[in-house]
Ligand binder design. Structure first.
Ligand SMILES: C[S@@+](CC[C@H](N)C(=O)[O-])C[C@H]1O[C@@H](n2cnc3c(N)ncnc32)[C@H](O)[C@@H]1O
Length: 300
């Protein structure tokens, strides 16, 4: 998957997999997400562009409320057409990867499989360790996003469930490069240097993107997965806690949890903004996959 075509295909396949999932238990999430994005669209200043990052096929986006100046941004090559079929709206669109780095990540993930200059394949665990060592040199370059925001000065930026997708997409890119093998250490009790290095890398990418938002002067509506529980547990959320895991109420003593934001706290990173509203809810996405969704409204 060295080419842009390979990456586009991966984005399209991931989107199809997302849209094909059974949505029996998604109603509460979809209503809350649509309501959140509806408020963003209704209150945004329409005289300047309104940017929706991760616009996808518009499952969560009430496009009928979007002013004419609203622009969709999604790397899935079918997202604009999917939005048209769902909402009869042919919006201006940007199809670029917001990280600006996934193609390089794919290239490096393939390159580590063979010893440089020779056609000898490295054993998979050695290649995975090599990739862990090289990840710090894969420099995040969200230039396209930065330039777009600088030039267009959007009044509002809506992140429609995209920021929690950087780690899953990066993991997928690495997995595709290692096919038919798995780059990960199977035993969860054992350390996995690649997974640890990926967390550090994802945090770096996210901080770079949030740094661009910090300079934007735009209102921010951020909707993202704040945490994932990998078991079918009975969960509820208590009062807001800065640490999402502490907000969870459950009789389970040990929750199998992961952090899609690799330890990045939006409110800490975006400290030039005033937080106008913050809430979280539970999204039972599928079997053994309960997402804790976070919705933040920040103003400069
Ligand atoms: C969970 S889906 C969000 C669904 C979407 N908000 C909707 O209403 O259908 C995440 C979206 O982010 C897009 N995406 C993920 N990573 C991206 C990236 N690095 N650059 C651009 N788009 C990305 C995916 O293609 C996908 O459409």
């Amino acid at each position: 998957m060295g080419s842009n075509a390979g990456l586009n295909r991966l984005f399209a396949l991931e989107q199809l997999a997302f849209l094909r999932r059974p949505r029996k238990h998604w109603n509460t999430h979809l209503n809350l997400a649509r309501e959140f994005i509806a408020t963003a669209l209704k209150t945004a200043d329409p005289s300047r562009p309104i940017l929706i990052l991760g616009a996808g096929w518009g499952l969560e986006i009430p496009w009928r409320l979007a002013p004419k100046s609203t622009v969709g941004w999604d790397a899935d090559p079918w997202s604009r057409l999917g939005t048209f079929f769902r909402h009869f709206r042919w919006a201006p669109w940007v199809f670029k990867d917001i990280t600006g780095t996934f193609q390089e990540l794919a290239r490096v993930s393939r390159r580590v499989q063979t010893i440089e200059g020779r056609l000898v394949r490295r054993p998979v665990p050695v290649a995975a360790k090599r990739l862990a060592g090289l990840l710090p040199s894969v420099i995040p370059s969200p230039m396209a996003l930065e330039t777009w925001i600088q030039n267009k000065q959007p009044s509002t930026i809506i992140c429609a469930n995209i920021l929690g997708q950087i780690k899953p997409m990066a993991s997928k890119i690495i997995e595709v490069a290692f096919k038919p093998n798995s780059p990960w250490v199977i035993d969860p009790e054992l350390p996995d240097s690649l997974n640890d290095a990926l967390d550090v890398w994802v945090a770096r990418v996210l901080k770079c993107i949030l740094g661009i938002f910090q300079k934007s002067g735009s209102n921010l509506y951020l909707l993202h997965d704040r945490g994932v529980i990998h078991q079918d547990a009975d969960l509820a959320l208590g009062e807001w806690e800065d640490s999402w895991i502490e907000q969870i109420k459950s009789i389970e003593k040990h929750l199998e949890a992961s952090d899609p934001l690799s330890g990045v706290d939006m409110l800490v990173e975006l400290n030039k903004f005033t937080c106008h509203s913050k809430k979280r809810w539970i999204w039972p996405l599928g079997s053994k996959q309960i997402h804790i969704v976070e919705a933040l409204v920040l103003r400069p």
